[in-house]
Design a protein around this ligand. Structure first.
Ligand code: HEC
Length: 161
């Protein structure tokens, strides 16, 4: 009898621990989505498609930059990322989630998630000439055949590839 009660107690403790862990996971996913909604969505939109001609789309596009070392860095040195009101750890999680959620197919095959240290370091060096750097990277992606000519994530709604 005592054993049965003990076993039941142990089982329910294990079930409780499992559900607490699961809730923690759900909260983390919810939190990163909320970080996107509060900090990025106003411009990049909930569907990640941005605004025609002015805000680049993340969906089906942003991951392409990770094919170039300078592009990987570019993604975390743009003003919207550098100046987000989030600490480095949350920003790292947001960037990794965003790329997976909106642009998994375009990521470089050897893409490794951003680390907190990488984000911290990049934020110390915000890009001053975003437009010039972006244009150079787009040209390089087009030269490598990763982007069709005329496609720059801003003026074409066409899906890449
Ligand atoms: C006020 C509007 C605005 C907000 C808010 C904003 N962005 Fe952006 N984002 C832009 C614009 C415009 C660009 C194009 C580069 C530039 O001119 O800064 C851009 C570029 C980017 C890029 C590079 C992709 C590319 O195609 O150039 C990434 C990645 C990005 N933003 C992520 C984010 C994330 C993550 C957040 C939220 C933490 C965010 N942005 C918030 C407007 C915004």
């Amino acid at each position: 009898m005592r054993t049965a009660v003990l076993a039941a107690l142990l089982l329910s403790a294990a079930a409780l621990a499992a559900s607490v862990a699961a809730a923690g996971e759900v909260r983390r996913v919810g939190e990163v989505q909320e970080d996107y909604a509060r900090n990025c969505q106003g411009c990049h939109r909930a569907d990640g498609l941005g605004a025609y001609g002015s805000v680049p789309r993340i969906r089906g596009f942003a991951g392409l930059f990770t094919h170039l070392p300078e592009g990987r860095e570019y993604l975390i040195r743009v003003p919207g990322v550098v100046w987000a009101m989030l600490d480095d750890a949350r920003l790292a999680r947001l960037m990794n989630w965003m790329l997976e959620a909106y642009s998994r197919d375009e990521l470089a095959p050897d893409f490794r998630p951003y680390t907190v240290e990488e984000i911290r370091e990049a934020r110390r060096r915000p890009l001053a000439n975003v437009g010039t750097v972006r244009a150079r990277l787009i040209a390089e992606l087009q030269r490598r055949g990763l982007l069709p000519p005329g496609e720059d994530g801003l003026v074409s709604a066409k899906r890449v590839r």
